[in-house]
Write a protein that binds this ligand. Structure first.
Ligand SMILES: [Zn+2]
Length: 327
């Protein structure tokens, strides 16, 4: 693999019999190894995010409640997942994983966290299976490192990235882009910088047509130093929580489009996986594996270019750490 895969054995969220198949992370890695798409040395094991990193995004109160197991009943109901120590450990690891993937993306061009994508978490509460927002934590961390100035989140999960939109609503250094099913959770949808609201039942061609021009425009106008790609598997036609109708091939074309447009512009991409609730877990695993293979193929097809305007020179809060600094 020309790219690093970040994974920890404790990514499993231990939801038990739940619509969220939290064993999928392990199955994705096993598939990559079994099919010889990846070797053991392609994998990196993350540390949990530091509380200091999590607190750049989340309130001290929410962090304390998660760590001490003192969520109220209504907070657990909103989260829609059972509370456990394992779940808290898993989401701290996922945030550390997205930080590590971001750093390797900056060094290598693309890197994948085989986990994360918890885009429904808000600063002071969790919802929609998402307790802390790993992507926002990673954005804030690489900005604090001085490694990037401007970041873009490109979210193709079938559900709008409401946490992302809310966290960065007043922050001109982060562009939030979401393409999702309009008549689905969440409701309301706090506005992203760009929201592409799709009607029910949209298939491959209409989806790709809707995505491509606004994505190119956003990249050209904003010129981010890094893209965080939230590659949800749930726009799939067999998804139990989604109402779009993309095929496996259409989802792979979607991934390739995002990687190509960023790569052509010399913009590094840090990938997270997000939702996937296909009737068959094999399909969910296949969609996520295909995302990783699309990243690999695009890296091969488009040799890396230097970006014309990096974020290093004039980044506020620069700490002098190199962009490629890896824990
Ligand atoms: Zn989703």
């Amino acid at each position: 693999m020309p790219l690093k895969l970040v994974y920890h054995n404790h990514y499993d969220l231990h939801f038990g019999a739940h619509v969220f198949p939290s064993q999928k992370y392990r199955l994705i890695c096993e598939t990559l190894l079994r099919e010889k798409f990846a070797a053991a040395e392609d994998f990196l094991v993350p540390e949990p995010a530091a509380d200091e990193d999590v607190l750049r995004v989340h309130t001290a109160d929410w962090v304390r409640k998660l760590k001490t197991g003192t969520l109220t009943l209504s907070e657990i109901t909103k989260l829609e997942v059972p509370y456990s120590r394992e779940m808290v450990e898993a989401v701290w690891l996922a945030a550390g994983g997205t930080i590590l993937a971001a750093r390797h993306a900056l060094a290598d061009g693309i890197a994948v966290n085989v986990g994360g994508g918890f885009h429904h978490a808000f600063p002071g509460h969790g919802e929609g299976f998402c307790a802390i927002h790993d992507i926002a934590v990673a954005v804030r961390r690489v900005q604090a490192d001085g490694a990037v100035r401007k970041a873009m989140v490109v979210d193709t999960d079938v559900h709008q990235g409401n946490g992302t939109a809310a966290i960065f609503s007043d922050d001109p250094s982060v562009f939030t882009f979401s393409i999702h099913q309009e008549h689905n959770y969440p409701d309301p949808k706090p506005p992203s910088t760009v929201d592409l609201h799709l009607p029910d039942g949209v298939g491959d061609e209409e989806y790709l047509r809707t995505l491509s021009a606004p994505l190119r425009e956003a990249l050209d106008e904003f010129r981010p130093d890094v893209v965080f790609y939230v590659g949800g598997a749930d726009p799939y036609h067999e998804d139990m929580l989604g109402g779009l109708a993309l095929s496996l091939a259409g989802l792979a074309r979607r991934d390739r489009l995002v990687f190509e447009e960023a790569r052509k512009r010399g913009i590094p991409v840090a990938v997270t996986l997000a939702g996937g609730y296909a009737r068959s877990i094999d399909d969910t695993v296949k969609i996520h594996v295909n995302t990783i293979l699309a990243a690999r193929d695009v890296m091969g097809a488009y040799p890396r270019q230097r970006q014309s305007s990096g974020g290093n020179q004039d980044a506020p809060g620069k700490t002098g750490q190199p962009a490629s600094g890896v824990q």
